[in-house]
Design a protein around this ligand. Structure first.
Ligand code: PLP
Length: 397
């Protein structure tokens, strides 16, 4: 499929949905293709197996460097959903010592992979403020309450929200959590490659990453631990791959692409953040000027440079997304779930955005493939499409 010209009409397609998945970056593609032809089992002893092992270990180092960790702290998984599920278990070893967590404390705006992917009998969500930022006092209150009852918590806090791009106070939350003996997991899927991430500076115990959000292939992710001696029970025991932490033959092409994407993301992070911020701000400004009744959600918080969530008054986001698709613009409804179906966004509900406003929210997320022409085409399309779909009921397909 050609992203630029999906229907063969020769018309350019504007892809503004990098938070859903980024197009495969050419450097990642080259790295994957380089290991597609040979047999690639990294556990085999022969020359081809050793070559595959070298590819995996090189990628491990590259992924680790993106978050300031040593390579041995990286466990490759099938994606961030699996990496998060691996970490969201009550029993683990930290620095070689067994630790049991009694409750999961998760920010109310976590991804469903956290809110629904855990194995805790008990979970509490921690409130966010109107701009979508975790309220540290609320976390502290919950930590104190549970610590007083002799209960240890696992705290899950994302680095950046996938719908709004709002950055979370991870280091502050981790400091509070550790002061109360809690363990900290950070979902860094959307922040990776977009902001500076250092696992030690953030002071988190585990951090989850996904390859396909940074220009790698789908089917690879990683759980990175602050110490190589942190250990979680393997979800898949299998053949003992990943030093017994995750069984199953490694997906060598996807891991190679992940490494290449991580390397590129790290090397270009600052210049890309500046470039995307200027494109995003231009896009926001032009849409707000061109389209009446449009509002940026979370604009007063620190946000990722690539993301904007815009609510359009008296518009159904689903209708707008479909109309924009017909105009060759790919965006997501703010409330889109993984299946593409639309439900009330738990993120916007947690921020106290009223339902009428939330139902007209559309997420635009930029990335390595975005340029100024995309912005011009998107602004023109919003200016034409929004007035046309305003007040229209949801169209079912
Ligand atoms: N966490 C966040 C914040 C995400 O945006 C996503 C994907 O949308 C995930 C986790 C799950 O990642 P994966 O698709 O690699 O399983």
């Amino acid at each position: 499929m050609d992203l630029q010209d999906k229907d063969g009409s020769g018309r350019r397609r504007v892809y503004l949905d990098h938070n859903a998945t980024a197009p495969l970056h050419p450097q990642a593609r080259a790295a994957a293709l380089a290991c597609m032809d040979g047999p690639c089992n990294a556990s085999s002893i022969h020359a081809q197996g050793r070559a595959a092992r070298a590819v995996v270990e090189k990628a491990r180092g590259e992924v680790a460097r993106l978050v300031g960790a040593p390579g041995r702290n990286v466990v490759f998984t099938s994606g961030a959903t699996e990496a998060l599920a691996l970490a969201l278990q009550p029993d683990m070893e930290l620095a070689g010592k067994p630790v049991h967590c009694d409750i999961l404390l998760a920010s109310a705006v976590e991804h469903p992979a956290v809110l629904r992917g855990h194995r805790f009998a008990d979970m509490e969500t921690i409130e966010v403020d109107a701009s979508g930022r975790l309220v540290p006092d609320a976390l502290e209150e919950a930590l104190e309450r549970h610590a007083a009852a002799g209960r240890r918590a696992l705290v899950a806090i994302m680095a950046a929200n996938n719908e709004t791009g709002v950055l979370q106070p991870v280091a502050e939350a981790a400091r509070l959590a550790h002061r109360h003996g809690a363990v900290v997991l950070c979902d860094a899927v959307q922040a990776a490659g977009r902001v500076n991430l250092d696992i030690k500076a953030l002071d988190v115990d585990f951090l989850a990453l996904s390859a396909h959000k940074i220009g790698g292939l789908q089917g690879a992710g990683a759980l990175v631990s602050a110490e190589a001696t942190h250990r979680l029970p393997a979800l898949l025991a299998g053949g003992g791959q990943e030093r017994g932490r995750r069984g199953g033959t490694e997906n060598v092409p996807a891991i190679a692409a992940f490494g290449a994407a991580a390397k590129r993301a790290l090397e270009s992070r600052e210049s890309e953040a500046a470039r995307l911020c200027s494109l995003r701000d231009r896009l926001e400004r032009a849409i707000l000027e061109t389209v009446s009744g449009s509002h940026v959600i979370g604009h007063d918080a620190e946000r990722l440079a690539n993301t904007t969530l815009i609510a359009f008054e008296n518009v159904r986001a689903e209708t707008l997304v479909i109309a924009l698709d017909l105009a060759h613009i790919s965006v997501s409804s703010g409330a889109a779930c993984s299946s593409g179906k639309v439900g009330a966004s738990h993120v916007l509900a947690a921020m106290g955005v009223d339902a009428a406003h939330a139902s007209g929210a559309v997420r635009l997320s930029l990335g390595w493939s975005s340029d100024g022409r995309d912005i011009d085409l998107a602004v023109a399309a919003f200016g034409e499409v929004v007035p046309r779909v305003r007040g229209r009921p949801v169209r079912t397909v």
